[in-house]
Design a protein around this ligand. Structure first.
Ligand SMILES: [Zn+2]
Length: 148
């Protein structure tokens, strides 16, 4: 790391600290030439997560889109916004951990359904009806039966 004061190319780390969310490391460095101190921040580069849609198209994962989808299903249900945020964060974190960079929209939808099924049955059915695109009442009724 180049010293911002004298431009010298070598420094030593005198202190290293990680932030509360564990994703940024702050390093205090000392220039080996002029001995002045400066700070650098090290952050993991976020790996982009791609969603493969049913028609084969690809789009970048959007937390906002996922959050809105789940919120829509939970309209007027007794689930705190905080819990919804947590659900979305967990789903995203799990996908990133397991799939690295690509995931089918079906997989994503199934995960949301799995969580909603435990959290709120009405929201589950709402989400399923949008996501599974029930073609007729028959399919919808079948899903209700499965739920019971
Ligand atoms: Zn220096």
């Amino acid at each position: 790391m180049r010293c911002p004061y004298c431009g010298f190319n070598d420094s030593k780390v005198v202190d290293s600290r990680i932030n509360e969310t564990n994703d940024v490391t702050r390093r205090r460095r000392e220039c080996l030439e002029c001995n002045r101190r400066f700070t650098t921040f090290e952050k993991l580069e976020e790996i982009p997560l791609t969603i493969i849609k049913k028609n084969g198209e690809r789009e970048p994962f959007s937390r906002t889109k996922l959050l809105n989808g789940v919120l829509r299903a939970l309209v007027k249900r007794q689930v705190a916004r905080e819990q919804v945020e947590q659900i979305v964060d967990d789903i995203e974190a799990n996908l990133r951990n397991e799939f690295k960079n690509e995931v089918e929209s079906k997989e994503l939808g199934d995960r949301v359904l799995k969580v909603l099924r435990q959290v709120d049955k009405v929201a589950y059915i709402r989400f399923a009806s949008v996501y599974k695109e029930f073609k007729d009442l028959e399919e919808f009724t079948q899903e209700l039966k499965n739920l019971k």
